[in-house]
Write a protein that binds this ligand. Structure first.
Ligand code: HEC
Length: 193
């Protein structure tokens, strides 16, 4: 009886240590800070990194033209975790643990001194991807083809509404398959734009 309790206790401690180690890994890779604040938890659940606007580097932006009339119906702004851009410029790949965040904004379009101008008006949410070339979460449907993939509504940056990257994401990223599923031609800092 006693032995069982001790064993269960030990297993718990080891499991906790493993979880902490994994969280720490991603936290370091994602933001360069050592706090347990993480982009990925031990089960592979993603979240929007808390401080990405200050800690990440700007990759680039996309303007989605309005279906009718002038201007853009959406603006997409993409950030990369620290070091990801420099590593990409060396060998043409994002290293494991790299995090990409794409903000999706609804817009307002107004005449300004520069012309007809669309600006970010309301944040709809975020797409987040985490590089994982070794596919370390084979049983999690939000991971595969070298990345973790998730969408977050603006009101909940910690819980994804995505359920399966093959259904929610992959089809649309096929045109970018040759560049690890990333639309690198839109990102001047990579040297591809
Ligand atoms: C309707 C098609 C479509 C769907 C669905 C889609 N994407 Fe994308 N994604 C794109 C396109 C096109 C771009 C680049 C141009 C843009 O943002 O409009 C892009 C860009 C991105 C970027 C910026 C990095 C890059 O690849 O250029 C991230 C991050 C991203 N998508 C993540 C996701 C995730 C995660 C999902 C699923 C939850 C997803 N996307 C679903 C079409 C899509």
């Amino acid at each position: 009886m006693k032995t069982t309790t001790v064993l269960i206790g030990l297993a718990g401690i080891i499991a906790t240590a493993l979880v902490a180690a994994e969280v720490q890994n991603y936290a370091t890779a994602a933001t360069g800070d050592q706090s347990p604040q993480a982009v990925v938890d031990a089960q592979g659940n993603l979240r929007v990194p808390e401080d990405y606007r200050a800690a990440y580097q700007l990759l680039g932006a996309w303007a989605i033209a309005a279906d009718q009339g002038k201007g853009s119906q959406e603006l997409h702004v993409v950030y990369a975790s620290p070091g990801a851009i420099a590593a990409y410029r060396k060998d043409g790949h994002f290293p494991d643990g790299s995090v990409l965040v794409k903000e999706v904004f609804a817009t307002d379009t107004t005449p300004m001194k520069t012309g007809t101008v669309s600006h970010a008006q309301a944040l709809k949410g975020w797409f987040v991807m985490v590089r994982d070339s070794k596919d370390t979460h084979p049983d999690n449907k939000l991971w595969g083809d070298g990345w973790g993939w998730s969408w977050f509504d603006a009101d909940n940056p910690t819980k994804t509404t995505s359920t399966d990257f093959k259904v929610n994401c992959l089809g649309c990223h096929v045109p970018a398959q040759a560049t690890d599923w990333i639309y690198v031609n839109g990102y001047p800092p990579l040297g591809e734009g």
